[in-house]
Design a protein around this ligand. Structure first.
Ligand code: ZN
Length: 132
């Protein structure tokens, strides 16, 4: 793992949350992007070497909608940047971590991503990401 690339935060109202985080961080949101396959809209803020990613559901079947219904707003996942996502998934699988995605998929912000199941990571949803 190279570094914490971003923290993902589930929000119920993107526009209100963008304003809140712009005020909190004293920096402008530099990008918003939809990920159709995940039913999610994202917004990004740079914080030093890492980022904050806000996540809002765009349909009721979206994993974020289900998360919000169950847990409410809050920290949703931690994303670690890796050099080679396939190699890292192989390594983690061999150590019996449970992969949600065996094959990396396209995520927001020009990344290939894959998630690990929180049941194998002390309840924390972990994202691996690699710059495309
Ligand atoms: Zn993420």
């Amino acid at each position: 793992m190279i570094r914490i690339e971003h923290l993902g935060i589930a929000v119920s109202n993107m526009n209100e949350s963008i304003t809140l985080f712009e005020n909190l961080l004293n920096t402008k949101c530099y990008k918003t992007e939809g990920v159709e396959s995940e039913g999610v809209k994202t917004a990004f803020f740079q914080v030093g070497e890492s980022k904050i990613e806000l996540l809002e559901a765009t349909n009721p079947e979206s994993p974020i909608a289900k998360y919000l219904a169950k847990q409410g707003q809050g920290i949703h996942h931690i994303a670690f940047e890796v050099d080679n996502i396939e190699t890292e998934l192989e390594r983690l699988k061999s150590l019996e971590f449970v992969l949600i995605h065996e094959i990396p998929k396209r995520g927001a912000d020009n990344k290939r991503i894959a998630f690990l199941h929180p049941k194998s990571t002390n309840g924390v949803l972990i994202e691996l990401c690699q710059e495309m």
